[in-house]
Design a protein. Sequence first.
Length: 180
Amino acid sequence: MRKLENRELNRLSVEEFKKIPKNPVVIVLENIRSANNVGSVFRTSDAFLAASIHLCGITPHPPNRDIQKTAIGATQTVSWAYFSSAHESLKTLREEGYHLFAIEQCEESRSLNNFQAEPPQKIALIFGNEVSGVSQEIVDMCDGCLEIPQWGTKHSLNISVSVGVVLWEYIRRASQRAKK
């Protein structure tokens, strides 16, 4: 087995990336503190062809050196918008026909492994602050809450890890359903 070299990966140019169809999913970040986490979310959103990222409240946004450090150029490929509050973002997404899902541990959360969004349904996945999670105000605006199954003692993941897990599972399931 031989590791592939970068030139063998058939990477898209920024222009090519912007022209290809994206998955109908928007990532909403509510009051994320870490610019490194935001950069990682950009990179993950690029990998899974997310339609856009909404950066809300205190969430750092480009241009930002720490975002760039972890995004490695994904701020140039992934569409993004800044909103002064997640409420403003969700109101806009609702008007555009998005279904809203907080990634949070709630009384009636659905386990991620039981989530069935039907493509081409447009969805927004809302991720909250590293300490306090998605605010109750924003949970109240959502169509539902999704929870990542966990079995350890912490019952929390880093925000960038959570985005990766949820996007992977959503795209994997949507691809399987689209093939049927």
